[in-house]
Ligand binder design. Structure first.
Ligand SMILES: Cc1cc2nc3c(=O)[nH]c(=O)nc-3n(C[C@H](O)[C@H](O)[C@H](O)COP(=O)(O)OP(=O)(O)OC[C@H]3O[C@@H](n4cnc5c(N)ncnc54)[C@H](O)[C@@H]3O)c2cc1C
Length: 492
């Protein structure tokens, strides 16, 4: 039976195996399929309908494979819809049109620099090169409304290579991808949690077991599977086990990302890597829980603690700044920036949401800033004076930050009380440059399993400091595309 949810076609499988509900909704594991035959089979199954799943489905469909997407939410949202929707890529058609001279090789080198050479160089180059193709493909084939951001540099990027939607908004990006999936007639089951995979003794996946909200189950056979179900940020036990330093922080990503890919992979004999790796963010407004645009920092903004003192090089990266903020008294900081920085940040939908939520406060004078923040006046005045001395080249920053000739910190001051948060995990299934999941202890792939986005090991290295801005959507879209292509090749 076929129906529509919004503009996405949804198929309902009638021949399902109904068992009593047991109330669990996380992945349960691998069922050895033996010679089991399925009532319904699809060539390619894709679990997850975020940026990775949509890219995988579109790529497999382009190569003529029948595709079924399986997504727990109705409608799909994922971390993709929470994100800023920006994808870095080098040497794209859009960059060339903007006169930006950039190469995937240079970008790969910058990824390695950010990760202190503690990530896989072959993967960094493959994803960087693949990202050029992916962004051009999304724009040219599926009409993704991307443009290059040219008015500021994210930490870790020496060239303007961030490609964002008009409102710099992940929901806008996902809407475009889901629209393309719908237009292509790709089937999607929503409100469908994949709980188990069927696999043979060699680790070949033969099907997926799905649970419906009413507790009923459905089994679908598949010729190849792409895991696009992100990481384990939504699983507090796994976060505590693998990344204890961020376990008590706010998780700001999609709650349905519970580490299912890792759990299935481990049981299938796959390798996992960099499990302590994650993308944090040092500027989530508290208590509003909105996301402050990083140009507030790149354009000269600072963060101070309850003593009115700076405590870090704020612009080393928004990821590592999360843990710096969490380590301050009360686990928060005040970010302070000038009007120029605020205006650059206002291109982001989430900055505008923060203003609407009342998180961004404006002080016309230092007295007003003290009144809003309740910080000690003398210390705050001293900090601002020191920053302005650094900005003017009269002093060197004790934290090693190069403010790069930005405008002084002067009224009106913009200020937000912020905390650090976990945005998404970066450890996951070890894959090769074709997004094939690798067997433990070898570089050999499992027979028909692919992974991308947060389900796979990222390019961040072992911790949070290696995160290159935008690497999340870059690996989601590019490894999704490559995984979809590989899965289609297996079943053709
Ligand atoms: C606030 C925020 C801002 C960000 N901004 C950026 C940015 O600007 N640029 C950037 O590159 N990255 C950004 N990121 C990171 C980025 O959002 C992620 O890296 C990216 O969205 C991952 O895509 P994905 O497709 O792997 O996962 P998701 O978009 O999370 O999709 C995974 C999907 O799988 C589904 N799923 C999970 N388990 C199952 C299951 N068992 N059965 C069925 N379905 C399942 C989920 O419901 C979800 O829809 C940001 C993250 C956050 C939280």
């Amino acid at each position: 039976m076929t129906g529509w949810v919004g503009n996405v076609r949804v198929i309902v499988i009638l021949e399902f195996d109904v068992r009593p509900a047991d109330g669990k909704d996380t992945a349960m594991g691998i069922i050895r399929s033996g010679d089991r035959l399925f009532d319904i089979s699809v060539p390619v199954a894709v679990i997850g309908a975020g940026a990775c799943g949509c890219s995988a489905a579109l790529a497999a469909n382009e190569r003529g494979a029948g595709v079924l997407m399986i997504e727990r939410d109705d409608p799909p949202a994922g971390s993709t819809s929470l994100s800023g929707g920006q994808i870095p890529a080098s040497g794209t058609r859009l960059q060339k049109a903007a006169g930006i001279d950039d190469t995937p090789e240079d970008f790969a080198e910058e990824i390695l620099e950010k990760a202190r050479h503690q990530t896989d160089a072959e993967m960094a180059l493959a994803v960087s090169r693949g990202s050029t193709v992916t962004v051009d493909w999304l724009v040219d084939t599926y009409g993704a409304p991307l443009e290059v951001l040219t008015d500021f540099f994210y930490p870790g990027h020496k060239k303007h290579r961030m490609h964002g939607t008009p409102n710099r908004d992940g929901a806008e990006l996902l809407a475009c991808l889901l629209e393309a999936v719908s237009r292509e007639g790709i089937d999607m089951l929503t409100a469908a949690v994949a709980t188990d995979l069927y696999a043979d003794e060699d680790g070949k996946v033969t099907g997926v077991r799905i649970r419906r909200p009413d507790g009923s189950r459905e089994d679908v056979g598949c010729g190849a599977l792409v895991l696009a179900c992100n990481g384990f940020g939504g699983n507090p036990e796994m976060v505590r086990e693998y990344i204890p330093e961020i376990a008590d922080a706010l998780y700001f990503g999609h709650a349905g990302n519970k580490g299912d890919a890792v759990k299935w992979g481990l049981e299938l004999g796959a390798d996992i890597a960099d499990m302590g790796s994650y993308q944090g963010h040092g500027a989530v407004a508290t208590p509003h829980n909105t996301h402050i645009g990083w140009p507030s920092i790149t354009e000269g903004g600072i963060m101070v603690n309850t003593d009115g003192k700076r405590f870090s090089h704020e612009n080393r990266g928004y990821s590592e700044q999360a843990i710096e903020v969490i380590r301050q008294p009360g686990n928060f900081a005040w970010t302070i920036f000038n009007e120029t920085a605020h205006n650059v940040a206002m291109q982001f939908n989430h900055q505008r949401e923060s203003v609407e939520a009342g998180a961004v406060r404006v002080a016309e004078t230092l007295d007003q800033l003290v009144e809003i923040t309740e910080l000690p006046e003398d210390a705050l005045a001293e900090t601002i004076a020191e920053v302005n001395d650094i900005l003017a080249g009269r002093k060197t920053d004790p934290f090693g930050r190069d403010f790069g000739g930005k405008a002084p910190l002067e009224p009106p001051y913009y200020t937000v009380k912020v905390t650090g948060a976990l945005f998404h995990t970066q450890g996951g299934l070890a894959i090769d440059p074709e997004a094939r999941v690798l067997r433990r202890g070898t570089r050999q792939p499992l027979p028909n399993l692919f992974a991308g986005g947060g389900a796979a090991r990222g390019l961040t290295g072992p911790s949070c400091w290696g995160y290159t801005s935008g690497a999340g959507l870059m690996t989601a879209t590019t490894l999704g595309r490559l995984g979809g292509e590989g899965a289609a090749a297996i079943v053709s």
